[in-house]
Write a protein that binds this ligand. Structure first.
Ligand code: KIV
Length: 272
Protein backbone atom coordinates (compact mmCIF):
# COMPACT_ATOMS: atom_id res chain seq x y z
CA UNK A 1 0.00 0.00 0.00
CA UNK A 2 1.31 3.46 -0.89
CA UNK A 3 2.15 5.73 2.03
CA UNK A 4 2.19 8.85 -0.17
CA UNK A 5 0.01 11.70 1.11
CA UNK A 6 -3.14 12.10 -0.94
CA UNK A 7 -2.70 14.92 -3.47
CA UNK A 8 -5.46 17.50 -3.60
CA UNK A 9 -6.09 19.88 -6.46
CA UNK A 10 -5.86 23.17 -4.63
CA UNK A 11 -8.31 25.97 -5.26
CA UNK A 12 -6.55 29.12 -6.44
CA UNK A 13 -7.75 32.61 -7.22
CA UNK A 14 -7.67 31.58 -10.89
CA UNK A 15 -9.87 28.55 -10.14
CA UNK A 16 -12.53 30.93 -8.81
CA UNK A 17 -12.48 33.11 -11.93
CA UNK A 18 -12.67 29.96 -14.07
CA UNK A 19 -15.65 28.79 -12.01
CA UNK A 20 -17.44 32.07 -12.65
CA UNK A 21 -16.76 31.72 -16.37
CA UNK A 22 -18.20 28.19 -16.33
CA UNK A 23 -21.22 29.31 -14.32
CA UNK A 24 -20.18 27.06 -11.44
CA UNK A 25 -21.12 28.48 -8.03
CA UNK A 26 -18.44 29.05 -5.38
CA UNK A 27 -18.97 27.87 -1.79
CA UNK A 28 -17.31 29.78 1.02
CA UNK A 29 -17.51 29.42 4.82
CA UNK A 30 -15.63 30.87 7.76
CA UNK A 31 -13.23 29.00 10.04
CA UNK A 32 -11.03 30.29 12.83
CA UNK A 33 -9.44 27.11 14.19
CA UNK A 34 -7.79 23.86 13.11
CA UNK A 35 -10.60 21.42 13.91
CA UNK A 36 -13.35 23.38 12.15
CA UNK A 37 -11.10 24.14 9.16
CA UNK A 38 -10.29 20.43 8.77
CA UNK A 39 -14.00 19.58 8.51
CA UNK A 40 -14.83 22.50 6.20
CA UNK A 41 -11.90 21.73 3.88
CA UNK A 42 -12.67 17.99 3.92
CA UNK A 43 -16.29 18.71 2.96
CA UNK A 44 -15.10 20.34 -0.25
CA UNK A 45 -15.88 23.99 0.50
CA UNK A 46 -14.00 26.07 -2.08
CA UNK A 47 -12.95 29.03 0.04
CA UNK A 48 -12.32 29.30 3.77
CA UNK A 49 -12.54 32.80 5.17
CA UNK A 50 -10.65 33.48 8.36
CA UNK A 51 -13.08 36.31 9.01
CA UNK A 52 -12.72 39.06 11.54
CA UNK A 53 -16.14 37.78 12.65
CA UNK A 54 -13.83 35.76 14.94
CA UNK A 55 -14.08 38.89 17.06
CA UNK A 56 -17.80 38.15 17.60
CA UNK A 57 -17.89 34.38 17.35
CA UNK A 58 -14.69 33.37 19.13
CA UNK A 59 -14.09 36.29 21.48
CA UNK A 60 -17.64 37.46 22.21
CA UNK A 61 -17.12 41.09 21.21
CA UNK A 62 -20.14 43.06 20.01
CA UNK A 63 -18.36 44.18 16.81
CA UNK A 64 -15.45 43.12 14.62
CA UNK A 65 -13.43 46.20 15.58
CA UNK A 66 -11.46 44.93 18.60
CA UNK A 67 -9.72 41.95 16.97
CA UNK A 68 -6.00 42.57 16.40
CA UNK A 69 -3.63 41.66 13.60
CA UNK A 70 -1.79 39.26 15.92
CA UNK A 71 -5.06 37.53 16.81
CA UNK A 72 -6.04 37.21 13.13
CA UNK A 73 -2.64 35.70 12.39
CA UNK A 74 -3.10 33.21 15.23
CA UNK A 75 -6.49 32.11 13.84
CA UNK A 76 -5.21 31.96 10.25
CA UNK A 77 -2.17 29.90 11.26
CA UNK A 78 -4.40 27.32 12.94
CA UNK A 79 -6.66 27.14 9.85
CA UNK A 80 -3.78 26.80 7.40
CA UNK A 81 -2.41 23.76 9.28
CA UNK A 82 -5.68 21.95 8.54
CA UNK A 83 -6.24 22.80 4.90
CA UNK A 84 -5.40 20.64 1.88
CA UNK A 85 -7.66 22.01 -0.83
CA UNK A 86 -9.56 25.22 0.01
CA UNK A 87 -8.31 28.70 -0.77
CA UNK A 88 -7.74 30.45 2.57
CA UNK A 89 -8.58 34.16 2.65
CA UNK A 90 -7.73 36.17 5.77
CA UNK A 91 -9.43 39.40 6.83
CA UNK A 92 -7.08 42.29 7.53
CA UNK A 93 -8.58 43.65 10.76
CA UNK A 94 -9.88 47.15 11.44
CA UNK A 95 -7.10 49.68 11.98
CA UNK A 96 -4.42 47.70 10.14
CA UNK A 97 -4.88 49.05 6.60
CA UNK A 98 -7.06 52.16 6.56
CA UNK A 99 -4.54 54.79 7.66
CA UNK A 100 -1.96 54.45 4.89
CA UNK A 101 -0.97 52.09 2.07
CA UNK A 102 2.42 51.28 3.63
CA UNK A 103 0.76 50.06 6.82
CA UNK A 104 -1.74 48.11 4.72
CA UNK A 105 1.09 46.38 2.90
CA UNK A 106 2.96 45.64 6.15
CA UNK A 107 -0.21 44.06 7.60
CA UNK A 108 -0.86 41.99 4.49
CA UNK A 109 2.76 40.80 4.40
CA UNK A 110 2.62 39.78 8.06
CA UNK A 111 -0.55 37.74 7.39
CA UNK A 112 0.95 36.01 4.35
CA UNK A 113 4.38 35.38 5.91
CA UNK A 114 3.37 34.40 9.43
CA UNK A 115 0.15 32.46 8.76
CA UNK A 116 0.71 31.05 5.29
CA UNK A 117 -2.71 32.36 4.17
CA UNK A 118 -3.35 32.50 0.44
CA UNK A 119 -5.05 35.92 0.12
CA UNK A 120 -6.34 38.82 2.20
CA UNK A 121 -9.71 40.56 2.37
CA UNK A 122 -10.35 44.25 3.01
CA UNK A 123 -13.56 46.26 3.42
CA UNK A 124 -14.33 49.34 1.36
CA UNK A 125 -14.01 50.90 -2.09
CA UNK A 126 -12.46 54.10 -3.34
CA UNK A 127 -11.37 55.23 0.13
CA UNK A 128 -8.94 52.29 0.38
CA UNK A 129 -7.96 52.14 -3.31
CA UNK A 130 -4.30 53.06 -2.72
CA UNK A 131 -3.93 50.43 -0.01
CA UNK A 132 -5.48 47.77 -2.24
CA UNK A 133 -3.11 48.65 -5.09
CA UNK A 134 -0.07 48.63 -2.80
CA UNK A 135 -0.93 45.15 -1.51
CA UNK A 136 -1.61 43.85 -5.01
CA UNK A 137 1.67 45.30 -6.29
CA UNK A 138 3.48 43.11 -3.78
CA UNK A 139 1.87 40.04 -5.38
CA UNK A 140 -0.67 39.44 -2.62
CA UNK A 141 -4.18 38.54 -3.86
CA UNK A 142 -6.91 40.78 -2.49
CA UNK A 143 -10.62 40.06 -2.05
CA UNK A 144 -12.82 43.15 -1.70
CA UNK A 145 -15.88 43.51 0.55
CA UNK A 146 -18.70 45.97 -0.20
CA UNK A 147 -22.25 46.62 0.96
CA UNK A 148 -22.59 46.11 4.68
CA UNK A 149 -19.02 46.38 5.88
CA UNK A 150 -19.04 45.55 9.60
CA UNK A 151 -15.77 47.39 10.29
CA UNK A 152 -17.71 50.62 9.54
CA UNK A 153 -20.67 49.75 11.74
CA UNK A 154 -20.34 52.92 13.82
CA UNK A 155 -20.58 54.98 10.63
CA UNK A 156 -23.72 53.11 9.46
CA UNK A 157 -25.20 52.89 12.98
CA UNK A 158 -27.19 49.77 12.04
CA UNK A 159 -26.80 46.32 10.47
CA UNK A 160 -29.75 46.79 8.08
CA UNK A 161 -29.64 46.26 4.29
CA UNK A 162 -27.30 48.66 2.46
CA UNK A 163 -27.61 50.42 -0.92
CA UNK A 164 -31.40 50.49 -1.13
CA UNK A 165 -31.25 54.08 -2.37
CA UNK A 166 -30.12 54.83 -5.94
CA UNK A 167 -27.16 57.01 -4.93
CA UNK A 168 -25.63 54.39 -2.62
CA UNK A 169 -26.32 51.62 -5.16
CA UNK A 170 -24.56 53.61 -7.90
CA UNK A 171 -21.59 54.31 -5.59
CA UNK A 172 -21.39 50.60 -4.78
CA UNK A 173 -21.32 49.65 -8.48
CA UNK A 174 -18.53 52.18 -9.06
CA UNK A 175 -16.58 50.79 -6.09
CA UNK A 176 -16.98 47.23 -7.42
CA UNK A 177 -15.67 48.28 -10.84
CA UNK A 178 -12.80 50.13 -9.20
CA UNK A 179 -11.80 47.08 -7.13
CA UNK A 180 -11.92 44.88 -10.22
CA UNK A 181 -9.80 47.37 -12.18
CA UNK A 182 -7.31 47.60 -9.30
CA UNK A 183 -6.83 43.82 -9.59
CA UNK A 184 -8.95 42.23 -6.83
CA UNK A 185 -9.68 38.56 -7.61
CA UNK A 186 -13.17 38.53 -6.05
CA UNK A 187 -15.59 40.63 -4.03
CA UNK A 188 -17.84 39.81 -1.10
CA UNK A 189 -21.16 41.64 -1.28
CA UNK A 190 -22.95 41.75 2.06
CA UNK A 191 -26.61 42.51 2.74
CA UNK A 192 -27.65 44.43 -0.38
CA UNK A 193 -30.80 44.04 -2.53
CA UNK A 194 -30.66 40.93 -4.74
CA UNK A 195 -31.36 43.02 -7.86
CA UNK A 196 -28.33 45.21 -7.23
CA UNK A 197 -26.12 42.18 -6.45
CA UNK A 198 -27.17 40.61 -9.75
CA UNK A 199 -26.25 43.78 -11.61
CA UNK A 200 -22.83 43.90 -9.92
CA UNK A 201 -22.14 40.20 -10.64
CA UNK A 202 -23.10 40.70 -14.30
CA UNK A 203 -20.95 43.83 -14.62
CA UNK A 204 -17.78 42.19 -13.29
CA UNK A 205 -15.53 39.50 -14.71
CA UNK A 206 -14.32 38.56 -11.21
CA UNK A 207 -16.54 36.46 -8.88
CA UNK A 208 -19.01 38.14 -6.56
CA UNK A 209 -19.64 36.13 -3.39
CA UNK A 210 -22.86 37.07 -1.64
CA UNK A 211 -24.05 37.04 1.94
CA UNK A 212 -27.60 38.29 2.11
CA UNK A 213 -27.29 39.34 -1.54
CA UNK A 214 -29.63 36.85 -3.24
CA UNK A 215 -28.93 34.00 -5.62
CA UNK A 216 -27.83 35.79 -8.80
CA UNK A 217 -24.21 36.09 -7.74
CA UNK A 218 -21.26 33.76 -8.28
CA UNK A 219 -21.13 32.15 -4.86
CA UNK A 220 -22.29 32.31 -1.25
CA UNK A 221 -20.60 32.77 2.10
CA UNK A 222 -21.97 32.21 5.60
CA UNK A 223 -20.46 32.29 9.05
CA UNK A 224 -20.03 28.60 9.88
CA UNK A 225 -21.14 28.91 13.51
CA UNK A 226 -24.37 30.57 12.30
CA UNK A 227 -25.21 27.99 9.62
CA UNK A 228 -24.52 25.18 12.09
CA UNK A 229 -26.95 26.77 14.53
CA UNK A 230 -24.30 27.13 17.26
CA UNK A 231 -25.27 30.77 17.62
CA UNK A 232 -28.97 31.25 18.15
CA UNK A 233 -29.46 34.92 18.98
CA UNK A 234 -28.55 36.01 15.42
CA UNK A 235 -31.46 35.51 13.01
CA UNK A 236 -31.15 37.50 9.80
CA UNK A 237 -33.46 36.55 6.92
CA UNK A 238 -30.53 35.41 4.75
CA UNK A 239 -29.31 32.80 7.22
CA UNK A 240 -30.17 29.17 6.49
CA UNK A 241 -29.41 26.91 9.44
CA UNK A 242 -28.30 23.42 8.45
CA UNK A 243 -28.18 22.08 12.01
CA UNK A 244 -29.37 23.05 15.46
CA UNK A 245 -26.00 22.59 17.12
CA UNK A 246 -26.96 24.85 20.02
CA UNK A 247 -29.67 22.37 21.00
CA UNK A 248 -27.58 19.28 20.14
CA UNK A 249 -24.63 20.49 22.17
CA UNK A 250 -26.77 21.60 25.10
CA UNK A 251 -28.35 18.14 25.22
CA UNK A 252 -24.93 16.46 25.04
CA UNK A 253 -23.51 18.65 27.84
CA UNK A 254 -26.56 17.99 30.03
CA UNK A 255 -26.33 14.23 29.41
CA UNK A 256 -22.61 14.30 30.29
CA UNK A 257 -23.29 16.22 33.49
CA UNK A 258 -26.05 13.78 34.46
CA UNK A 259 -23.73 10.80 33.78
CA UNK A 260 -20.86 12.32 35.81
CA UNK A 261 -23.06 13.20 38.76
CA UNK A 262 -24.82 9.82 38.80
CA UNK A 263 -21.50 7.95 38.59
CA UNK A 264 -22.49 6.34 35.28
CA UNK A 265 -19.45 7.84 33.51
CA UNK A 266 -16.85 6.40 33.19
CA UNK A 267 -17.95 2.78 33.18
CA UNK A 268 -15.77 -0.37 33.27
CA UNK A 269 -14.91 -0.20 29.57
CA UNK A 270 -13.99 3.49 29.77
CA UNK A 271 -11.09 3.09 32.18
CA UNK A 272 -7.64 1.41 32.39
O1 KIV B 1 -15.75 38.26 8.86
C1 KIV B 1 -16.56 37.60 8.21
O2 KIV B 1 -17.00 36.51 8.62
C2 KIV B 1 -17.02 38.14 6.94
C3 KIV B 1 -18.15 37.43 6.25
C4 KIV B 1 -19.43 37.75 6.92
C5 KIV B 1 -18.18 37.71 4.81
O3 KIV B 1 -16.50 39.11 6.47
Amino acid sequence: MSTAKKQYKRITTKTLVDMKNRGEKISMLTAYDYTMAKIVDGAGIDVILVGDSASNVMAGHETTLPITLDQMIYHATSVIRAVNRSLVVVDIPFGSYQSDPKEALRSAIRIMKESGGHAVKVEGGKEIKDSVKRILNAGIPVMGHLGLTPQSIYKFGTYTVRAKEDAEAEALIQDALLLEKAGCFAIVLEKVPAKLAKEVAQSLTIPVIGIGAGNDVDGQVLVTHDMLGMTHEFNPRFLRRYLDMYQEMTTAFKNYSTDVKSGDFPNDTEQY
